[in-house]
Design a protein around this ligand. Structure first.
Ligand SMILES: Cc1cc2nc3c(=O)[nH]c(=O)nc-3n(C[C@H](O)[C@H](O)[C@H](O)COP(=O)(O)O)c2cc1C
Length: 161
């Protein structure tokens, strides 16, 4: 049986909504990336602190993983967009886990300004096969639509393996 893992970071729940529904659809395990010390999820200052971490290419220390990504055949990797790119937690993940020869699908959630986020993620995943990519704009504002979009994407994607 193909082993599938959904790996994601989420501060405010949007990426979590998508990740959990993908996992349910394709019967995957889930690994949530959680920094030991995260920024606060409320207040306008989170944009400043989060954006600064992205610009400075910071790699926050993550809580220990309870799943080993290297044991899986297909990985879904998801992140919110921060400062037009992927989140610091994902940067930490990429530096901790050297993925090679995996089948990977990537997704992000954002508020309308993702710019090159997906391309930046793909740069970090050289040596792997990218099976698909998708983005979602503010999923929590319209959960039903976004969840069905995510489920359909995931269902189609696993027909490729
Ligand atoms: C620090 C920070 C920076 C952000 N930068 C962007 C951005 O550059 N472009 C954008 O479209 N949305 C940006 N957003 C909005 C988030 O990408 C969006 O709300 C996302 O769905 C949040 O995912 P989450 O709920 O899983 O944390 C930013 C949010 C935060 C907290």
């Amino acid at each position: 049986m193909v082993k599938i893992l959904v790996i994601y970071y989420s501060l405010e729940g949007n990426t979590q909504l998508i990740a959990e529904n993908i996992a349910k659809t394709v019967n995957a395990d889930v690994l949530r990336l959680v920094p030991e010390k995260d920024i606060k999820s409320t207040g306008g200052r989170r944009f400043f602190w989060g954006g600064k971490q992205v610009v400075m290419k910071e790699k926050p220390v993550l809580k220990p993983f309870d799943k080993n990504p290297l044991e899986y055949d297909l990985l879904f990797i998801g992140t919110p967009v921060w400062a037009w790119s992927f989140t610091p937690a994902l940067r930490s993940f990429f530096s901790e886990v050297k993925l090679q020869g995996k089948k990977i699908a990537i997704f992000c959630t954002h508020s309308g300004g993702m710019r090159k986020t997906l391309a930046n993620i793909k740069n970090k995943l050289a040596g792997n096969e990218i099976l698909g990519e998708i983005d979602f704009i503010d999923p929590l504002k319209n959960p039903a639509t976004h969840v069905s979009k995510a489920m359909e994407w995931a269902r189609n994607l696993i027909t490729l393996i």
